[in-house]
Design a protein around this ligand. Structure first.
Ligand SMILES: [Zn+2]
Length: 76
């Protein structure tokens, strides 16, 4: 796919990561969401190997684009 920011051809690959959350707020200790915040892309601590999140990376402007629709969220 083309990068929507700079139009370069993006590289397809995987975000190899441990626990993670996208949230409206900064988490200082854990990545567990509370009942008040909006969150998406909640990944628990991996048991055996890192999570492998398919995504695209722009080799020019270095942005990542992640489709988080299949991951835990409370965005509705
Ligand atoms: Zn780009």
């Amino acid at each position: 796919m083309k990068c929507p920011f700079c139009d370069a051809e993006m590289l397809h690959g995987y975000l190899n990561c441990g626990n993670a959350i996208w949230s409206e707020r900064k988490h200082k200790i854990s990545t567990l969401p509370d009942t008040k915040e909006k969150y998406a892309f909640h990944l628990g601590t991996p048991l055996l190997s890192p999570h492998h999140v398919a995504c695209d990376c722009c080799p020019s402007c270095k942005r990542l684009i992640v489709d988080t629709s299949d991951y835990e969220n409370n965005l509705g």
